[in-house]
Ligand binder design. Structure first.
Ligand SMILES: Cc1cc2nc3c(=O)[nH]c(=O)nc-3n(C[C@H](O)[C@H](O)[C@H](O)COP(=O)(O)O)c2cc1C
Length: 337
């Protein structure tokens, strides 16, 4: 019966029907995905412990970024501190073991460094003291935890990168946001892209596309739209990783470009590091209008999703960067035996 129907109904009609079905599924399942996201993301005001931790990590990162600037802007981050203080008090209330909570400890450690650096420069921290309750303030005074704050990255330490093991390369790569005042050409980046071509992708369909921008005016305008690189000098090169949706065949694959592009991005970061180039991944989680403006600015084809940027340059003799403490592997692993 099925075979007979197949013979009678032309392929064009089957394709049309399948397309209609897929469009309806795309709508239904995108909405389903949206609802799951909406139920769980760390929205402002939530007192769920995981949400408090997420928001504290975000603000800890802002403090670390502020501390990483070569020209540190003393008194930076008042708004960040203002949001962090009540979150830390809330986490202390929510987690009875906050003193051993890694997120809390790292936040305290970053704030300790903020305080030390400001005090060393003779800056009056009355504005900061007013924000934090006594318990958090005591914690950040007394802590000996050094998991938060900044670390130094030195050009001299990168010379032997090509002979490091994978584990060593992973361990020593850090995002660098201030680069040497030297140009970078697309030809400097292309060998790393070649290496990253070995990144696996779904059915080997290779949706990733790489746009290399070296025009400083375009980089500046793209980063203004991006918004997460404020206060740093314009990097010499900017790579935009996208995913071409023409590589996908039905609605179930609608998010696959982000997975494949993300994998490619990590490969590229490591390949750049191996070649002694400094880099920082930058998000392209842009609201619709800035996403569209970015597409127009860089001439990105309509069919491509933006996956991430990578700022690229040469290492300065020494720069500071965020420590970006990680969870322990045990904390994220669930064994289903
Ligand atoms: C997809 C992605 C987007 C990122 N976006 C930004 C960004 O917009 N601005 C920024 O300064 N850093 C950004 N980063 C860098 C992260 O802050 C950094 O990777 C993280 O803190 C871990 O530090 P590490 O890269 O030094 O190990 C991004 C990283 C990734 C992977």
């Amino acid at each position: 019966m099925k075979a007979m129907l197949k013979r009678l109904v032309p392929e064009r009609a089957i394709a049309w029907l399948r397309g209609r079905e897929s469009d309806m599924k795309l709508r239904r399942e995108t909405l389903h995905q949206m609802r799951r996201f909406r139920r769980h993301y760390a929205r402002r005001g939530s007192m769920r412990r995981e949400h408090l931790e997420t928001r504290i990590m975000f603000f800890t990162h802002q403090i670390e970024k502020g501390l990483s600037h070569t020209d540190l802007r003393y008194g930076f981050g008042k708004g960040v501190l203002g949001q962090m203080a009540p979150l830390m008090e809330a986490l202390r209330r929510t987690d009875p073991d906050a003193a051993r909570n890694g997120v809390y400890r790292t936040a305290v450690s970053a704030l300790h460094e903020y305080r030390e650096r400001h005090e060393a420069a003779g800056v009056d921290l009355a504005y900061m003291r007013r924000l934090f309750d006594d318990r958090v303030w005591d914690d950040l005074t007394e802590t000996d935890d050094r998991t938060g704050g900044v670390l130094a990255v030195r050009a001299a330490d990168k010379r032997g990168n090509a002979s490091l093991t994978f584990a060593q390369l992973m361990e020593s790569r850090h995002s660098v946001r201030e680069f040497a005042d030297l140009p970078i050409a697309a030809a400097d980046i292309l060998p790393a892209v070649e290496t990253a071509m070995r990144t696996p992708s779904v059915c080997n369909r290779q949706p990733t596309r790489v746009h290399i921008v070296t025009d400083p005016r375009l980089i500046e305008r793209a980063l203004t739209l991006q918004g997460g690189f404020r206060g740093y000098p314009t990097p010499p090169a900017l790579v935009l990783i996208t995913a071409d949706n023409q590589a996908f065949m039905n609605q179930d694959e609608r998010n696959e470009g982000y997975t494949d592009g993300g994998l490619f991005g990590m490969s590229l970061l490591l390949a750049l590091e191996e070649r002694g180039l400094a880099a920082c991944p930058l998000n392209t989680m842009l609201p619709m209008r800035r996403d569209e403006a970015t597409r127009r600015l860089l001439g990105i084809p309509d069919g491509e999703f933006l996956v991430m940027y990578i700022a690229v340059g040469r290492f300065r003799d020494e720069v500071r960067t965020c420590k970006s403490q990680r969870f322990a592997a045990d904390d994220i692993v669930t064994v289903h035996a």
